[in-house]
Design a protein around this ligand. Sequence first.
Ligand code: SIN
Ligand code: MN
Length: 223
Amino acid sequence: MSEGLFRLPRPDRAEIAPGAVHVPGWLSPDGRRELVAACREWARGPVPIRHTRLPGGGVMSVQTVCVGWHWQPYRYTRTAADVNGRPVAAFPGWLGELGRSAVAAAYGDPEAAARYSPDTALINFYDGSARMGLHQDKEERSDAPVVSISIGDSCVFRFGNTENRGRPYTDVELVSGDLFVFGGPSRFAYHGVPKVLPGNGDPAAGLTGGRLNITLRETGLDG
Ligand code: SIN
Ligand code: MN
């Protein structure tokens, strides 16, 4: 008999740490397809997707393109001086709506959802060997939650504590369509992606290999 028959159902929602919530299978197949299509457009330009260069001379294994504000280690700008000098793509209204729906699903708090006003998205593409080391999202001048949506290959997402890269941390498997929101006491927790699990992406969403992750944030910056 196939192993799948005995697999435990995934919970509707799991609080991994205070303010850090995993909502398996949140984004519908149509939503995934539309988001992948939008990411493909952003990946083309005006600032094309690239492997970000680190100040120490290294290059990140993930490929990144930004919307609303351009992130480079370790600041946000409106133009991508480190890529091609072009202004970053505008942050569309529908992406803010998606972020508010995500906060509502994670926290069940309509007021927190209505307040949420993300103005940047970082879109990361992981091929099978890409990783992201443990880090804090701390270039934002806002403690509004980070909304993270994953599409394609599954990964191990490591969610730690706010003090350091060590234990305690929890490893969560993020699957295509999963939502992870971290805010409140977990907003500045260390997190990363130690491993992308081998797979074939999410062909129905238009991704035949690799993993796409979209994080929405409020920068707290003007203009
Ligand atoms: C990030 O921390 O910016 C990305 C996390 C992820 O890929 O799940
Ligand atoms: Mn991050």
